[in-house]
Design a protein around this ligand. Structure first.
Ligand code: DGT
Ligand code: CA
Ligand code: CA
Ligand code: ZN
Length: 571
């Protein structure tokens, strides 16, 4: 682990422990922000002097002192002290969605519950019944949260999987004798979470590639190693399977190991009907056993009379029928994205200052870029009219300074429990773009939640519904809402649905996107960046849009500025 990540983990732990022991909420947030800033800082902490450490955003004197203690002695005494008071399992409890630090402390003090397993046992044994504030509904929510947590533990985020896989592919591609190398499986299909990372290489000799793979610095443990397949685990627990195949069967193997299983099964059925046999070794004549094709994926699909099907669609969700009809959608690509319409700066909970975010956006070649910091109803960000208007002035200046990119002033509004948003119409009219999202009251009954969303769409200033289901993968379930009703409202009012590319959100997800599209809704694919490197989250959003079968025309931020401006200005 990089020292920055070690320190970030300790600062986050300190924040958690402070929260559990009833520490001041602003202080807790301070440590959380510092943890994120340290993890995202590009310079290795060990190479910074005290001034350099204090110059990291969100790192003040007190936190800098703790970091220096760690660099000098390998530990932070205050963290050690709190650790001694609170068993690690209690901190683990706060990872259960819906279980806050205060509750964790109550469970520990009153019932001696100090692990997630112990909590589940206590619920099932009815031991929470006697506690104040714990009803049957709480028990049900906690059990749901526990299973959400366990599910997430077994899978890796798309972001982590893709970064890891790209490193592996780059390393293995450089080895002599490696003809081709690619990741396959759910990652190539851009699923929102990844069970294990499948990597495929083509070579005459597998041994040198397997050996290089086992020696990669990101390998923590070799689980199994053979001539055709090696499985390893990374320090964070992600599993990688590498398979080495002969170059002439590359296409068949890539097709097979990309999946999905359901897609492959449908394809094999079609093969059987035509007297063919499909496997990871190739497509064969079932009668004679003669190999027909295997070298490229294209060959395999074409031999079925089908066009090549993009991996993002391979879920047996109608793509094979569409391919047979010649009706596969032409999917939106990352290159077609002209801008980002949902991003943050350090004016609220972002890590980077405005000019840095804007410069990073310009570097990506965007034609337009919206800054959408949080609005005042999310009180912890302490937003005010004045701060927003100051930011607007600075954005107008930046906009003038960039010739090739429009810098837009937006905001991410909070959809209140009744569907109202932070500011009155007159104030909203001053923004170039308003995203509106749910950030509170997640457990309203379905009918109320639906009315809330519909009312937000009906606000003529709201142009994008941000991260519509509000799920956070492994931490918060989607809200209970009649999505069809919301999609109808979006189509009627000209409100775009967001596909939030942050890898812990990926919201909307593919199934909903496909459904929404049938209602005639348009979409905005955004990064929801809180730091300059997060602008890259756009790629996960694009992957998700592709899984949803979207083309460029469906995505408003592929549109030229004039068309987008027309959309944003329509009331
Ligand atoms: P994951 O890892 O759970 O996110 O999902 P996948 O799709 O990567 O699944 P994985 O790693 O078990 O297998 C990789 C691919 O190998 C899978 O997408 C399709 C293929 N595959 C695996 N098992 C079978 C099978 O029993 N039948 C067929 N037709 N294909 C399979
Ligand atoms: Ca896999
Ligand atoms: Ca696998
Ligand atoms: Zn948000």
């Amino acid at each position: 682990m990089r020292v920055n990540d070690e320190v970030a983990a300790l600062l986050q732990e300190y924040a958690d422990l402070l929260a559990i022991t009833g520490g001041d909420a602003y202080r807790v947030r301070g440590y959380e922000k510092a943890a994120r800033a340290v993890a995202g800082h590009s310079t290795d902490l060990a190479r910074l002097d005290p001034d350099g450490i204090r110059a990291i955003p969100n790192v003040g004197t007190a936190i800098a002192a703790k970091i220096e203690e760690y660099l000098a002695g390998g530990s932070i005494p205050q963290v050690e002290r709190l650790r001694a008071k609170i068993p690690a399992g209690v901190r683990e409890l706060t990872r259960v969605p819906g279980l806050g630090p205060k509750t964790a402390m109550v469970l520990y003090e009153e019932l001696d519950v100090a692990s997630v397993d112990a909590l589940e046992e206590a619920i099932r044994a009815g031991r929470l019944r006697g506690l104040r504030g714990f009803g049957p509904k709480t028990e049900e929510n906690l059990l749901g949260g526990i299973s959400l947590l366990r599910e997430a533990r077994e899978r890796v985020s798309l972001g982590e999987a893709l970064e890891t896989a790209e490193r592996v592919v780059a390393e293995l591609s450089a080895i002599e004798g490696c003809r081709r190398c690619s990741y396959a499986g759910s990652l190539r299909r851009m699923k929102d979470t990844i069970g294990d990372i499948d990597v495929l290489a083509a070579s005459r000799q597998s041994a040198p590639i397997m050996e290089a793979f086992r020696r990669l610095p990101l390998v923590d443990q070799v689980i199994a190693s053979g001539e055709t397949k090696t499985s390893v685990r990374t320090p964070s627990g992600a599993r990688i399977d590498l398979r080495v195949v002969p170059p002439e069967t590359w296409g068949a193997a890539l097709q097979y190991f990309t999946g999905s299983k359901a897609h492959n099964i449908r394809l094999r059925e079609i093969a059987v009907h035509r007297g063919l046999k499909l496997s990871e070794y190739g497509l064969f004549d079932a009668g004679t056993g003669e190999k027909l094709v295997s070298e490229t994926e294209d060959d395999v699909y074409h031999r079925f009379g089908l066009p090549w099907i993009p991996p993002q669609l391979r879920e047996d969700a109608g793509e094979i029928e569409a391919a047979q009809r010649g009706a596969l959608p032409i999917l939106v690509t990352g290159d077609e994205i002209r801008g980002d319409l949902h991003t943050h700066t350090d004016l609220t909970d972002g890590l980077a200052p405005l000019d840095e975010m804007v410069a990073a956006a310009a570097n990506r070649g965007y034609a337009y870029y919206a800054v959408t910091d949080h609005a005042p109803d999310l009180y912890m960000h302490r937003m005010s009219d004045e701060k927003m208007l100051d930011q607007r002035e600075r954005i107008r200046e930046l906009d003038g300074a960039y010739n090739d990119m429009r810098v837009l002033h937006g905001t991410e509004l909070n959809i209140g429990p009744g569907g109202e948003v932070d500011w009155p119409a007159e104030f909203l009219a001053g923004f170039d773009v308003c995203v509106a999202s749910v950030h509170s009251h997640f457990t309203q009954p379905r009918a109320e939640m639906t009315r809330r969303f519909v009312r937000a769409c009906e606000n003529p200033h709201v142009k994008i519904l941000g991260h519509p289901t509000t799920r956070i993968i492994g931490r918060r379930p989607p809200v209970d809402v009649d999505l069809e009703e919301v999609f109808r409202a979006c189509a009627r009012t000209g409100t775009a649905l967001e596909i939030d590319g942050a890898p812990d959100r990926l919201d909307l997800m593919a199934d909903h996107i496909r459904l929404a599209r049938q209602f005639g809704v348009v979409f905005a694919v955004d990064s929801d960046a809180h730091a300059a490197p997060h602008l890259d989250f756009m790629r996960y959003g694009v992957g998700t849009a592709q899984r949803g079968g979207l083309g460029a025309d469906d995505v408003i931020n592929t549109w030229p500025w004039e068309r987008l401006a027309g959309f944003l200005q329509r009331r």
